[in-house]
Structure formats: structure tokens, C-alpha cells
Design a protein around this ligand. Structure first.
Ligand code: SF4
Ligand code: SF4
Length: 374
């Protein structure tokens, strides 16, 4: 059971200026703002450990944030576990990825491969009624989620809500990707997984975020902010304001509102700390602009037909990781990846490629890029 120290005067979101490394004093300010009763309680710290990416790539949560959060929790007497389920089939690679991202060394004995034990839980979802969740998630008294703010080719952004998709062990993600292909459909699933166990505190690493073709092949974008809140939906609402995107245009927030999980506007948020919208934050080419949204809504089938992926042979090292991750086995290595007709444009291969070698091709690539900027 979760124990929270409620304070009616606390803000929805606390924001502070930050650089790397993120120090413990910064995290102390967040815990002062959002107190948690953690003594002798099991606390799961959930960073974004997407794949084999070093911290300078701005793909994974910065290890200094994870380290400082763990130290502050330990000082308060918490029993801390740090873990995530990276990738789609990442059971065996879990520890290797944790080491690659610098997070394993940052938290030492607190790291755990949370993919090793899983429990079947009911999912309120129109395409699937149960999923395998890491048992560590269900056994924790408290969850502190540490997302990295990034764009996402399939889900538009990945931040507070989306970080909880890592509750699912690898094979389950594969299944859900193959059941719900389109961006909005998949975002429904994300919100359903989030609803299994919303985190108790979300602290976002937006010191260096990712814009453009995220969540792994985009461009690092320095924002210089660390922000936090108890309600991850409100944290994501703030994110929309920060990156200058109308919240109703983000599927995850739109769906959260439909489900009764969001009743505020950015203007109504109680925010502690100074901030202003980031200028010209680049959304992915798949993000639908005001013009593109109407066009894409009308001609959705054309888009799917027109969207193709290809590997840049100058960047690709023929490692085959993309083929292993594809949920519908649409990639054949020959010797470079070849993308077959069965592709459901889930962008998992694009996400997992450590070399940013996969990009869009096909007829829709130019209009997408144009519309993404309008
Ligand atoms: S595209 Fe990326 S993941 Fe796929 S084989 Fe090439 S380097 Fe590996
Ligand atoms: S080829 Fe890539 S985008 Fe297509 S289904 Fe496989 S992983 Fe998804």
C-alpha cells in the first residue's frame, strides 16, 4: 500500500534549472516539495533504459539523476531497487544495457534485472485483457519514475506516462505492438498500462532532452530543466507547455482526459519555479500539424501505404538487433536489413538501432517533414 504525505499547498509541478551532473541537493528540494514516507519501504526507481546508448546520446535517463535519487532515498531509510525492461526482447540484455547507460555503476547494488520475475495482471484494454508486469513493480510500496523527455516517432513524446510502459517485460511489449499498430491506438495501450500502477513521484530529466526523430535517433536538445510532480499526467501536461505543443494534440494526454485522468489545463497548473516554453522544439516527422492532422485523418490508409523504412548502409553495422526486435518479424538481414511487406510501422527497429541507421523512406517522407514544421 502506498503511503503519501499530502500537502494541499504543494504545487502540481516543481521546476528547477539544472545541468549535468544532477546533485543530491537538487533532489532534496524535490523531496521537500513532494514528501514521501519511505522509511523501511520498498521503493522502485524506474529510469528509461531504452537500449545500448551512452549518456551523451540523450536517449536514456542521465545516471547522475538516478544516483542522486537513490542516495536521497537510502538516506531516508528506503529499500531501493532500480530497474527497467528495455527493448522488446531484452531479458538477457537487461544488465548489459544498465551497464552501457552508466546506470548500473551509478546505483551499484540497487540495480536489479526486473525482467526475471513477472506476474500476469488484468489490463483494461480493448485489444488485450491481460499483460505480464515485472513483479518488482507490483511488490513495491512506492514507485519513483525517472523519464527522459524525448520525442517519439510512434507516440509523439515519451515522458511521464510513457515511462511506465517499461513495467512490461519484453515479450509483452512485442505482443502489444503487434495488436495496436497506429499511434493513437498504441497510446491507448500506454495509458492502460500506466493505469495499472501510476507512479508516486515522477522526476523528468530534461537537462538535455531529445527532439526530432526520437526516441533514439533524434537530436539532443539542451533545455536545462529538471521537473517533478506526484501526478505523471500533470507532469506530461506541463511537458506539453514546455515544448510548446497544444496538449490536445498529444494522444496520451487526450486519452488521459477521455479517461478522466486529466481535468486541468496548462494555464491552471500550479507550478513552482521559473520556466518558459522552449522555442522551436522539433517534433518528429510523424507528428501531425494543424494542416497535416486533418489531411492524415482523412487519408490514414494512404499514409500507412506510403510509410516505409530503410537502413542507411553507411551507418548500419549489420548487427541484426533491429531484426531481433521486430514484433512481426518483418526484417530480413541480407546482409543489411530489408523491410518486408508485413511491417506495421511501429518504429521499434528505429527506436532500438544503436547507430541511428534506420530512417523513413517512401512517398510520405517529404510531406511528413514539411507538415511537422507547420
Ligand atoms: S539498422 Fe541498426 S540495428 Fe539494424 S542491423 Fe543495422 S546497425 Fe544493427
Ligand atoms: S520493420 Fe520496424 S517498423 Fe516495421 S514492424 Fe518491424 S520493427 Fe516495426
Amino acid at each position: 500500500m502506498t503511503i503519501r504525505v499530502q500537502n494541499v499547498s504543494e504545487p502540481d509541478v516543481h521546476v528547477q534549472d539544472s545541468q549535468y551532473d544532477i546533485g543530491e541537493e537538487q533532489i532534496e528540494r524535490i523531496f521537500e516539495c513532494f514528501p514521501l514516507e519511505v522509511k523501511d519501504r520498498k521503493v522502485l526507481v524506474k529510469p528509461n533504459l531504452l537500449g545500448l546508448f551512452t549518456p551523451d546520446k540523450a536517449v536514456t535517463t542521465h545516471p547522475s539523476l538516478v544516483r542522486s535519487v537513490v542516495q536521497c532515498l537510502k538516506r531516508r531509510g528506503a529499500c531501493v531497487t532500480v530497474g527497467d525492461n528495455p527493448g522488446l526482447r531484452g531479458y538477457g540484455d537487461n544488465e548489459r544495457i544498465a551497464r552501457f547507460t552508466g546506470i548500473h555503476d551509478a546505483v551499484e547494488d540497487c540495480y536489479q534485472n526486473i525482467a526475471k520475475r513477472s506476474t500476469q495482471v488484468t489490463l483494461k484494454n480493448r485489444r488485450n485483457d491481460s499483460v505480464l508486469v515485472s513483479t518488482a513493480v507490483l511488490e513495491s510500496d512506492l514507485i519513483v519514475s525517472l523519464p527522459k523527455l524525448k520525442t517519439h516517432m510512434l507516440t509523439q513524446i515519451t515522458c511521464g506516462i510513457k515511462n511506465t510502459f517499461g513495467y512490461l517485460v519484453g515479450g509483452e511489449k512485442t505482443k502489444l505492438h503487434s495488436l495496436s499498430h497506429a499511434g493513437r491506438d498504441f497510446c491507448e495501450t500506454i495509458v492502460d498500462v500506466f493505469s495499472i500502477r501510476p507512479p508516486d513521484l515522477t522526476i523528468v530529466d530534461a537537462v538535455v532532452a531529445m527532439q526530432g526523430s526520437g526516441p533514439s535517433a533524434g537530436d539532443p536538445r539542451e533545455i536545462g530543466k529538471l521537473y517533478a510532480g506526484r501526478d505523471a499526467v500533470l507532469v506530461d501536461l506541463f511537458t506539453a507547455g514546455l515544448i510548446g505543443v497544444p496538449p490536445e494534440r498529444l494522444h496520451q494526454l487526450h486519452i488521459a482526459k477521455e479517461r478522466g485522468l486529466l481535468s486541468k489545463t496548462v494555464e491552471a497548473l500550479k507550478i513552482e519555479g521559473s520556466w518558459k516554453p522552449v522555442q522551436n522544439f522539433a517534433m518528429p516527422s510523424t507528428f501531425k500539424s494543424a494542416v497535416g492532422h486533418r489531411f492524415f485523418s482523412t487519408l490514414g490508409s494512404l499514409i500507412r501505404w506510403g510509410t516505409k523504412l530503410e537502413a542507411d548502409h553507411d551507418k548500419c553495422i549489420k548487427c541484426g538487433l533491429c531484426a531481433k526486435q521486430c514484433p512481426v518479424e518483418a526484417i530480413k538481414m541480407n546482409p543489411y536489413p530489408e523491410f518486408g511487406k508485413g511491417c506495421i510501422t511501429c518504429y521499434c527497429c528505429h527506436e532500438i538501432c544503436p547507430h541511428g541507421a534506420i530512417h523513413e523512406s517512401g512517398l510520405m517522407r517529404y510531406p511528413r517533414k514539411l507538415w511537422a514544421k507547420t
